[in-house]
Design a binder for this molecule. Sequence first.
Ligand SMILES: [Zn+2]
Ligand SMILES: [Zn+2]
Length: 147
Amino acid sequence: MSKLSAELDHAFLAAALRPTAQRYAVLEFLAEHSLHATAEEIFRAVNRNDPRASRATVYNNLRSLAKTGLVREVMSEGKAARFDANLRRHHHFICERCHAVEDILWFDLPPSAGRAALGGREVSKYEIVFRGACVGCRDSQLKQGAK
Ligand SMILES: [Zn+2]
Ligand SMILES: [Zn+2]
């Protein structure tokens, strides 16, 4: 058994969600590709492996995965919602040029940071969204500048 499939099995068990073949396929695709796919892209990928997968079933499976927290919606900012396997905590980086959404390894904020700003609010989760130019966009800009 691969490391990923063990991780997926564990995640389904922890979320008490029945791992049907299609739910499994959706979560596996999102876990393998950290490109933060839209529902349509997920449907196309799952359907490529299993042509019987209908759009409605894939969308329903995506919804039940999101409801149990195995999948989360990443900030979409007016565009089509993008989804993410929620197996490991991570922050996000959004490229302002090519609009890529990239995962950033998790690091904790110092506990004192933000406490005053948050006041009495109770925080259950948080993530940081960084914005700027991804490595690819930055490199092509540097190359253009060198011309
Ligand atoms: Zn970029
Ligand atoms: Zn992510």
